[in-house]
Write a protein that binds this ligand. Structure first.
Ligand SMILES: *Cc1c(COP(=O)(O)O)cnc(C)c1O
Length: 450
């Protein structure tokens, strides 16, 4: 299995090379050269544990790592989750299920990919004898999950930038209170998109990347997307067989990484009804899927900060398929988007629905779900509870624990959601490394510490 770039100017990479590079050298994103079919494996996978399904799935995409080793990697990654099911599927009523993706160490779905990625980095350091520096930007949850995947690992140093004052206080504590010497939490002025742009600029300096052994940890890494594909398969296997083929997955969406992972497994032969992209008031993807226009707006901070994004970095992967894998066209369209142009795609028929929920609605949605089902959702997951498919079954992906966002949840339900892992953090010292929004300063900061 080889991995090609969406922009077509990179030679095919192996899985390990694509994971190590993160972003392709031509600025594109890696994807499998062909999407294999998994349809004929599903009945075999029905009996397996979560970690076993993940190992079988990854063996298809990275056969250069032995099956035995994949089983070791995934069982170590998912042993750190507090639920034996790893991703429990909870039935709210016969038409509404919640796939709980928040039982990992940082209580958000990013742990699924980043616990595994941390172990892949560790394997890479062991095999190459070279240390690596992980650099990423976060709107909150990616950074903490990446840090928890890498902290204390020999040969790895991790640097995470985040928009100062725009991540939830507990998210910041998860990044800045680890006490680990190989972790640097870096608040920067501006928005997530500004921080992400600096990461992209740093990666564009190939000499710097080479010198520091730099690896990207944001949602563009192909290993992350594939790790997220697994729980769609898992949920499908847990659903009653009669509803599997019509189910709609509802995905609180920011960077388009999570829902893309599901869409890819559909292309691999998992028969599902479709997907709904649920955005908050930062609604670029809602607008795209309802009008066919891709037009960046200005980020408006919301109750669901991990979705406060107006430049969906994984969208390029979808674009690649939409443009029928014509990489010259991808380059052209990405160039226009980068220049801030509005891109018109016209009428779309691609199996996606979309919904949007603004900050005025979020507390009410949390309250409604609480009253109707006795179930507490976080403000990201709340965005999914609008515009449910009128017939058929929906699986809502619960992307974070309500305990990460106590203020708005308490306002809506009247009681404070608590998690012991977060309570522990409250007593620890915050270690921040603030920098100005200047990529040269960031590069110097990294170079001094690797
Ligand atoms: C990251 C995140 C999202 C958005 O996921 P994308 O892959 O960026 O679409 C939604 N909810 C939570 C809690 C998140 O951490």
């Amino acid at each position: 299995m080889k991995y090609v770039s969406t922009r077509g100017l990179t030679s095919p990479h192996s899985f390990s090379e694509a994971v190590e590079a993160g972003l392709a050298p031509d600025g594109g994103l890696f994807l499998p050269e062909v999407l294999p079919s998994i349809a004929e494996k599903l009945s075999e996978w029905e009996r397996l544990s979560y970690a076993e399904v993940a190992a079988e799935f990854f063996s298809i995409f990275a056969p250069e790592i032995s099956k035995v080793e994949w089983h070791e990697l995934t069982s170590a990654a998912y042993a750190r989750f507090e639920s034996p099911d790893v991703a429990p599927l909870v039935e709210l009523d016969e038409r509404t299920y919640v796939l709980e993706l928040f039982h990992g160490p940082t209580l958000a779905f990013k742990d699924f990919a980043l616990q595994l990625l941390g172990l892949l980095y560790k394997r890479q350091v062991r095999m190459s004898g070279r240390s690596i520096a992980v650099l990423g930007a976060t709107s909150g949850d990616t950074g903490s999950a990446a840090i928890h995947g890498c902290m204390g690992q020999e040969g790895i140093t991790i640097f995470i930038m985040y928009p100062d004052g725009r991540v939830a206080p507990l998210q910041e504590r998860q990044m800045a209170c680890t006490g680990a010497a190989n972790v640097f939490a870096i608040p920067v002025p501006g928005t997530f998109d500004d921080a992400q742009r600096m990461v992209k600029e740093a990666f564009a300096d190939t000499a710097f990347v080479e010198r520091c052994g730099l690896s990207a940890v944001n949602s563009i890494n192909i290993a992350r997307v594939l790790a997220q594909s697994v729980y769609y398969i898992w949920a499908w296997l847990k659903l009653p067989p009669a509803v599997r083929e019509t189910v709609e997955f509802v995905v609180p969406t920011g960077n388009f990484g999570n829902v893309l992972a599901g869409w890819l497994v559909k292309q691999m032969g998992l028969k599902v009804g479709g997907f709904r992209v649920a955005t908050n008031q930062n609604d670029i993807l809602f607008r795209f899927f309802t009008t066919g226009r891709y037009e960046e707006g200005v980020v408006k901070p919301s109750f669901a900060p991990s979705m406060d994004i107006q430049a969906a970095s994984n969208f390029e992967r979808f674009l690649y398929y939409m443009l029928e894998q014509d990489t010259a066209k991808v380059r052209e369209v990405m160039g226009r988007m980068k220049a801030g142009e509005v891109v018109e795609f016209g009428q779309l028929d691609n199996g996606f629905r979309a919904s949007r929920m603004d900050d005025v609605e979020i507390p009410g949605a949390i309250e409604r779900v609480w009253k109707e089902y006795g179930y507490v959702v976080d403000p990201h997951t709340a965005c999914a509870f609008k515009g449910m498919a009128p017939d058929g079954v929906s699986v809502v992906l619960a992307t974070a624990s309500p305990a990460k966002f106590p203020e708005v949840v308490m306002q809506a339900t009247g009681s404070e959601p608590i998690h012991s892992a977060l309570e522990l953090l409250k007593g620890k010292a915050l270690v921040r490394n603030p920098l100005a929004a200047d990529v040269e300063l960031v590069k110097a900061f990294v170079a001094e510490r690797v």
